[in-house]
Design a protein around this ligand. Sequence first.
Ligand code: PMP
Length: 360
Amino acid sequence: MSWEEKILKVEPYVAGEQPKEKDIIKLNTNECPYPPAPGVEAAIRELAADADRLRLYQDMDATPLVQALAAQYGVGEEQIFVGVGSDDVLALCFLTFFSSASKEQPLLFPDITYSFYDVWANLYRIPFKTMPLKEDFSIDPVDYIPSLSGQSNAGVIFPNPNAPTGLELAPPEVERIIEGNPDSIVIVDEAYVDFGAQTALPLLKKYENLLVVQTFSKSRAMAGARVGFAIGNEKLIRYLKDVKFSFNSYTMNLPSIRIGTASAKDTAWFKETTGKIAATRERFKAELRRLGFLFPDSKSNFVFAKHPAFTGADLQARLRERKIIVRHFNKPGISDYLRITIGTDAQMDRVVEALREILA
Ligand code: PMP
C-alpha cells in the first residue's frame, strides 16, 4: 500500500462563505447582527490590561463559564460541558455516544438537517441512516421510535428548530422521541432555540438519555469566540469529559472563557436581543408573504424561503449582485430554497427592496 492509500480520506463540511468585501449585507451563516453583551467588551479590556496572564494555561474546566451557565439554566455544574463552539461539542458527542453504531443499529437523523452530521459520522466511521422529513418539512417522531418504526438505533440527533428549515418540533413530540429511546442517547441540537422555540431542558429531570446542545454563536452574538455547551445528566457529561480529556485538555482559550462568562451573566441583554431578532423575523415573514414567497414557519434566526418564479441559485446570484449574501443548498428537495439570516430591521428592509426589484 502506498503512503497515500494509507491516509484517512474524508469529505469535509462546507461552511458558508466569509466574504472579504466590507459593504456587504451578510445573511448567510446565521450570525447575530448586534454586538455582544456590553460586559463582553469590558472583559476584553480587562484581559488586555492583564496580558501577562496568558503565560499560564487557563482553567481546563472553564469553571467560571460553567458556573454562570449552571446559574442561568438552573442545573448543577456537573451537568454542563463546554466546548469550542457547539461544533466542537457535537463532534465529541458523536465520538462518545454514537461509536457503537452498526449497520443494523445506525445513528438516526433527518435527511434534511445540519450538514455537519453526516460529515462527523463519516469521519468516525459511524453507520447512519437518514429519515425523510414529511412533505411540510416537519420531523415525524415515529421514524425515530424503534417500537413504532421497527428501526433500532445507536442514537438519535436532530436540531430543534431544525436547520435549514427553521421549523420547530413541538415539545410533546420531542419528548415522544426521548421517551421512545430509553436505550439510546438522544441529542437535541438547540443552536437556534433562543428565538422563540421551546427548549428540551425541562425534560432532563425525567430522562437520563437526553443531551441538549446550545451555542453562543447565534443568540449571544459570539460566533467568532467559539463557545458552545451541552447540558445533560451528570453521567453523560462525565463520559463526554473523559473523551474530551483524552483528546485535548486545553481547547477553550482564556479570552473565550472570560467573555463567555460575561455574556452568560447578562440575561437582560440576551432577552432584549433575541426578542428584537424574533420581532424582525416576523416582520420579514410578512413581507416575504406579500412578495409571494413560500416558507416553513421559522422559529429560528433565519427564514428558509422559495419563490415560484425563481430557482434558488438564480435568486441567490441576483441578491449577490445587490451585495446581499444568503445561503443556498444545492441538494435534492431544497435546491429552490434560500436560507436568509435575520439581520437588523434596516438590513431586512434592504433585502425586501432588492427582492421587489428582482421580482418586478
Ligand atoms: N448546530 C447547528 C444546527 C448549526 O446550524 C450550527 C451552525 N453552523 C452549529 C450547530 C454550530 O455552531 P457553532 O459551532 O458556531 O456553535
